[in-house]
Design a protein around this ligand. Structure first.
Ligand SMILES: [Zn+2]
Length: 324
């Protein structure tokens, strides 16, 4: 889908050019797990998700049904463990630290903690996150989220979420209103609505989820590793109701529908989460395995050894530094 046909006029210049270096687009979705096969509980089974269903050959992963990849397709979905031997419900602070550093952050801290990164784990997050490690290997990186300039001037680091803290440590927390207005960054909510209504930045254009997806695909072409973080899935999960959960999943699906066909060649898309929540509207955070998706060159081979959220950074770094 979206690939040039064999007889397309675009085929020959592509074939005659140098092979492109591998790229990775890493999308973090907060609070998305694999839920039960009960459509009254699991919004994945109520929502219209044409993109995800297409990528996964109509097999939305459920707890008792396995997570199948589409035959002949490049996508692979795997359930990942976010508990990692630590009792209690997984939380975003330790979960995002685990997902971005590859370390069992809840075990290091002594328990699951959130929503922000606890003080004692911040040095680890600053020094050993995926972005800083990639940069040390000479890999170009982008953090695609825009943050309001006033937010960055305030004391946001007192209670930081994992993704901006990691990006800040890497010197990548730079995109603001101007970049968002030009489509060179994304709102973490995908839509620009809150920037217009809550922040009063009415000059910002509205953007559809599809257009935001196309914008992210374009940004992805400008570095070897691009990172985007989306939190509205967790927020919707905390509402414990079907309608907002369905809307949040449909927003992500439309976003992926704009993104996937527009991705640059040889891009590996890695989608992962920190803990379960939205997949079960009867509770908040869950003990369920997290939802993950790999799509693109090498996805199935790379995914073979994945079992925990801490496996994600190594997978990305190996793909970017390994024999191309
Ligand atoms: Zn939460």
């Amino acid at each position: 889908m979206g690939r040039a046909a064999p007889h397309s006029r675009r085929a020959s210049p592509v074939l005659s050019s140098m092979p492109e270096a591998p790229r990775v687009l890493f999308i973090f979705l907060d609070g998305v797990g694999i839920g039960p096969s009960d459509a009254e509980i699991n919004p994945f089974l109520k929502a219209r998700l044409p993109t995800l269903r297409g990528l996964l050959d109509h097999q939305i992963p459920v707890l008792d049904g396995g997570a199948e990849s589409g035959p002949g397709g490049d996508a692979l979905s795997l359930p990942l463990d976010s508990l990692m031997g630590v009792e209690g419900l997984p939380q975003s602070g330790t979960g995002q630290t685990a997902l971005l550093t590859g370390e069992n952050a809840a075990a290091l801290f002594g328990r699951h903690f959130g929503p922000w990164v606890p003080v004692s784990l911040r040095p680890l997050m600053m020094e050993r996150n995926l972005l800083t490690r990639a940069q040390a290997e000479g890999i170009s990186c982008i953090f695609a989220n825009a943050y309001p300039s006033h937010f960055l001037r305030e004391a946001w680091t007192k209670r930081p979420a994992g993704p901006p803290l990691a990006a800040h440590a890497a010197g990548l927390l730079t995109r603001q209103e101007e970049e968002l207005a030009r489509g060179e960054a994304l709102s973490s909510e995908i839509l620009n609505t809150a920037w217009r209504t809550r922040l009063g930045l009415v000059h910002l254009p509205e953007v559809t989820p599809r257009q935001a997806g196309r914008n992210l695909a374009k940004i992805t072409g400008e570095a070897s590793l691009t990172f985007f973080a989306h939190y509205a899935t967790d927020t919707a999960g905390h509402e414990r109701a079907m309608e907002p959960a369905v809307a949040a999943l449909e927003r992500v699906d439309a976003f992926l529908g704009g993104l996937v066909p527009a991705l640059p060649p040889r891009t590996l898309l890695v989608l992962a989460s920190d803990h379960g929540n939205i997949e079960d509207i009867t509770q908040g955070h869950t003990l369920n395995p997290t939802f993950s998706l790999l799509l693109g060159p090498g996805a199935k081979e790379l995914g073979a050894g994945l079992s925990r959220i801490t496996d994600i950074p190594e997978l990305i770094l190996e793909h970017l530094t390994g024999p191309g």
